[in-house]
Design a protein around this ligand. Structure first.
Ligand code: KG4
Ligand code: ZN
Length: 328
């Protein structure tokens, strides 16, 4: 079995995965969303202190598995420096105490493997990762052969939902809150410009759309009883259209066969439906993670760790360090 730890942002999570079967024997996550909600976003220093409390609490529940552990895995990149270090320090302490090897996991590969929890991994596939920290398209040929073909030049898709929710004083995380508000709104009411629609670049950008939404919110606030549902729906519509337009452009040269959407924002139902439509003419298969594994979790880290273990991809105790920015 492998014990895996995730602490790259605002979720403290641990899992136990059986190496021979990929079976998830234990998974527990303590989310800090409520603690950060008043600030409208994650406060790194607060997140680190909450991890320091939550991780050992969950670890205590894993004690019955200690004697069966063959390795300890941990997210070491990318993420918030002060929160990554909480998980990595704990993983190193466990590795020393139980005399087992250490596996440093890339969180983005973790999101890709959220598709394969309790399953065999299937490659090749094209993956759209949409989370709070990332918006990127990756060509994945294997565990170690991952090429990023498009990424955001500024804010990420999920982050733009968080920022728009903050403008509307809805709380954090913004994704589910905006999705919920948008469902009764008119997505065509506000004609926001689709980012980079005239640019030949296959890349993403959300800062311009965010500012356009800010102006619409300010305008709506002039009303006695501001109602943001049409702005939320129009924002969700354009934010998604931007993704589908750029993907369509990319598919002109590289036809998708198996396509996947992963990351916290892949839970967005409008995005899921639009991508399904986009893939129809290509008869491509769409892979999605179970809703419970879209946002950050340790089950996905454990699933990567099993394949890394089988490929002898261990980390050196002295050399394993945190890296806030991913090489991918
Ligand atoms: O993958 P994740 O848990 O953390 C990162 O690795 O960043 O993603 C969290 C992000 C947040 O920005 C959150 O607002 C967004 O995913 N999110 C959504 C939805 N659910 C979560 N964005 C849009 N629609 C949703 N339904
Ligand atoms: Zn994530």
């Amino acid at each position: 079995m492998i014990l895996s730890i995730e602490s790259s942002c605002d979720d403290s999570a641990l899992s136990i995965t059986e190496i021979a079967t990929n079976k998830l024997l234990f998974h527990k996550k303590i989310s800090q969303e409520v603690d950060h909600s008043v600030y409208g976003g994650v406060v790194p220093e607060l997140a680190a202190r909450l991890h320091a409390k939550a991780l050992p609490m969950i670890l205590a529940q894993c004690e019955p598995y200690f004697k069966n552990l063959k390795a300890v895995a941990v997210t070491s990149t990318p993420g918030l420096a002060v929160t990554l270090v909480e998980g990595v320090t704990m993983a190193k302490a466990i590795a020393v105490a139980l005399e087992i090897p250490l596996i440093g996991v890339n969180h983005l590969i973790g999101h890709i493997y959220s598709l394969f929890i309790e399953k065999e991994a299937v490659f090749p596939l094209t993956v759209l990762l949409v989370s709070g920290g990332h918006t990127q398209v990756m060509e994945v040929k294997s565990l170690t052969d991952v090429t990023t073909v498009a990424k955001s030049m500024d804010d990420s898709f999920g982050e733009s939902f968080d920022k728009v929710a903050k403008m509307m004083r809805l709380g954090y995380p913004g994704g589910p809150l905006i999705q919920n508000l948008a469902k009764d709104g008119d997505g065509l009411k506000h004609n926001f410009t689709v980012p980079l629609h005239q640019s030949p670049l296959i890349a993403f950008s959300y800062s311009g759309l965010k500012n356009a939404v800010r102006l619409a919110v300010l305008e709506e606030e002039k009303n006695e009883t501001p109602d943001f549902k049409d702005i939320a729906a129009s924002f969700e519509h354009i934010a998604t259209k931007h993704l589908t337009m750029k993907l369509k452009k990319y598919f002109k040269t590289t036809k998708p066969k198996t396509f996947a959407i992963v990351g916290g924002a892949s839970a967005n139902l409008y995005l899921r439906s639009q991508i399904k439509e986009l893939l129809k003419p290509y008869h491509a298969e769409l892979l999605l993670s179970e809703l419970q594994y879209c946002s950050d979790n340790a089950a996905m880290i454990g699933r990567v760790a099993v394949d890394m273990y089988k490929n002898d991809m261990f980390s050196d105790m002295e050399e394993l360090d945190i890296a806030p920015k991913s090489k991918l």
